[in-house]
Each structure stands twice: as structure tokens, then as C-alpha cells.
Design a binder for this molecule. Structure first.
Ligand code: MF3
Ligand code: CO
Length: 249
């Protein structure tokens, strides 16, 4: 079932989204060679609680941390640890916040110090692919137009589109209907309605789209060990378009 949020619920999701965005900004300011992903996790945990939120990932299906930290060839769900970030790494940080029962979900991939040109392109193109998808959102538009645009843009830049993992509805649960794939046929799929809230989250790879689950049962990496990037926003469908709930507007 796809839920339609009332104005009151949307207001709570805006707050959940704002805490999420501010946590991202705080972590971005802390990223540097030498910091561990566990330290980033602790900073996020403290900040979310101090702002009356709850980190939704903590204990979600047994997940052991507040954020996901996925470095280089890690696609998603990397677990914070004592690993230190190194100059030239890229790190995807995925954050989930609950505020008064309502969820926000947002991921961003950050450079650590100076990175290679090909990694910088991967970040730029994946962020742009997310916005290509977001621009399709509008009451009356069809769901798969989002994925069609993401995929088209990614393929134009020769990137692998991860297909086994998808975006999703978001609201009183972290994962709700519908699935929001990062591929598909333009102008097909369900009709978007005002008041739906969805997480759009392309995961694009410098090499193969194929992925592999590590023995920790969480961390997903690329099969060819080439770098991967992940950008995600929680987005509200409006009459005339969209509102990004996890951004700064
Ligand atoms: N943000 C992820 C998603 O969009 C969820 C993380 S799974 C968790 O699906 F276990 F880490 F919580
Ligand atoms: Co998500």
C-alpha cells in the first residue's frame, strides 16, 4: 500500500529531513584523512539524539550502527569500524532519522582530500543522475520515468547501474511501497500522487553493475572492486513537481 501524507505528517517529515541534512553537513565538515568511520558514526548518533531524532538504522534488522559508511568499492551498507579514511578515498554516508514517528533517508558520497579525476567524475555524474530522476517527480507523472532518466544519464557516462537495490517509499516506515528502481521504461509504472514521499537513490559504479555481499552479511561491494557512488534524497510529490525534504531549500 502506498501512503499519502497529510500536511501535518509532511511537516514532521520536513523536520526529520532537516535533521538528516544537518547531520550530513556536520559529518562533511569532519571528513579528513585519519578519522575513523566509527568516529563519524558517534558524531552522527550524538547529533541526531541532541536534535530530538532517532537514528533509524541502529538495530534495523540487526544493523549495528547509526549510519552506513561505504568506502571506494563498497556500494552500500558498509559498517562503521576502526578503519581510518585515507587521502584519495571516497566515502558514501547514508543516514536515516526518525522524528516523532516519521522517517527521512539520505545518502551522499564525499571525497577524502584530493581524489582522482575518475572518482570526481563518478561523484558528479551520480549526483547529477539523482537530480535527473528527481526532476521527473510530479503529481500525474509515472514512477518509472524516474529510473528511466537515471539509467539513461548513467549509461551516457558509461557507468554501471546497480539494479538489485532500489529506492523506496518512506514515511512511518523506513521502507514502504513503492520500490523505486534506477532503471525502467519512461512513462510507465504507477501514477505519482500529491502527498507521496519517496527515497530516490541511484548507486552507480565505475565498472560493472554487478555486486557482491561480504561475509559480514551487510557490506555490498562491486564485483570488479571498482569504485561506486550513492546519492539519495527523500522527496515529496507535489501538485506542480517535488519538494526535496533532505536538502537545504
Ligand atoms: N538507507 C538504506 C536504504 O535506503 C537503508 C540502510 S539499511 C540499514 O535502504 F540496515 F543500514 F539500516
Ligand atoms: Co533508502
Amino acid at each position: 500500500m502506498i501512503s499519502i501524507k497529510s500536511e501535518k505528517e509532511i511537516e514532521l517529515m520536513r523536520i526529520a529531513g532537516k535533521i538528516n541534512y544537518q547531520t550530513h553537513k556536520l559529518l562533511e565538515s569532519k571528513i579528513r584523512p585519519g578519522i575513523t568511520t566509527k568516529e563519524l558514526d558517534k558524531i552522527a548518533y550524538d547529533y541526531i539524539l541532541a536534535n530530538n531524532g532517532t537514528p533509524s538504522f541502529l538495530n534495523y534488522e540487526g544493523y549495528p550502527a547509526s549510519i552506513c559508511t561505504s568506502i571506494n568499492e563498497e556500494v552500500v551498507h558498509g559498517i562503521p569500524s576502526n578503519r581510518k579514511l585515507k587521502e584519495g578515498d571516497i566515502i558514501s554516508i547514508d543516514i536515516g532519522v526518525i522524528y516523532k514517528g516519521y522517517h527521512s533517508d539520505s545518502a551522499w558520497t564525499y571525497p577524502v582530500g584530493k581524489i582522482s579525476e575518475e572518482k570526481q567524475n563518478l561523484l558528479n555524474y551520480t549526483r547529477e543522475a539523482l537530480f535527473e530522476g528527481i526532476k521527473e517527480v510530479k503529481a500525474g507523472a509515472r514512477l518509472h520515468s524516474i529510473g528511466a532518466k537515471v539509467e539513461q544519464y548513467a549509461l551516457k557516462h558509461n557507468l554501471g547501474v546497480v539494479k538489485e537495490l532500489v529506492g523506496h517509499g518512506v514515511g512511518t516506515n523506513l521502507h514502504e511501497d513503492p520500490d523505486v528502481p534506477n532503471y525502467g521504461k519512461y512513462d510507465t509504472g504507477l501514477v505519482l500522487k500529491e502527498g507521496m514521499t519517496i527515497a530516490i537513490e541511484p548507486m552507480l559504479n565505475l565498472g560493472t553493475e554487478k555486486i557482491f555481499l561480504l561475509d559480514d552479511d551487510w557490506t555490498i561491494i562491486t564485483q570488479d572492486n571498482k569504485p561506486s557512488a550513492h546519492f539519495e534524497h527523500t522527496v515529496l510529490v507535489t501538485k506542480d513537481g517535488y519538494e526535496i525534504l533532505t536538502g537545504d531549500e
